[in-house]
Ligand binder design. Sequence first.
Ligand code: MG
Length: 87
Amino acid sequence: MNVLTVEELREMMICVCDRVAAEERRLCELDSFVGDGDHGVTAARGFRAVKKVLESKRYQSMEELLDEAAETLSETMGGAIGPIFGS
Ligand SMILES: [Mg+2]
């Protein structure tokens, strides 16, 4: 039975970070239909920060990795969306 390792989770999360950052403009365009059009900027800022954190060290557990990712999103995205993504 294969089990996801902490390193595999870290690599997956970094891919998510890259994908969100790559879609910054598109997320802003979508947000502009119903909001102020800055969601892409906010999301990209948060996920770029998470990538930087995840690349800076190795984690002993998935809980530690996800806690740090969540805390980073909450701190860097701000507003209402930070705690939502952090959760
Ligand atoms: Mg906004």
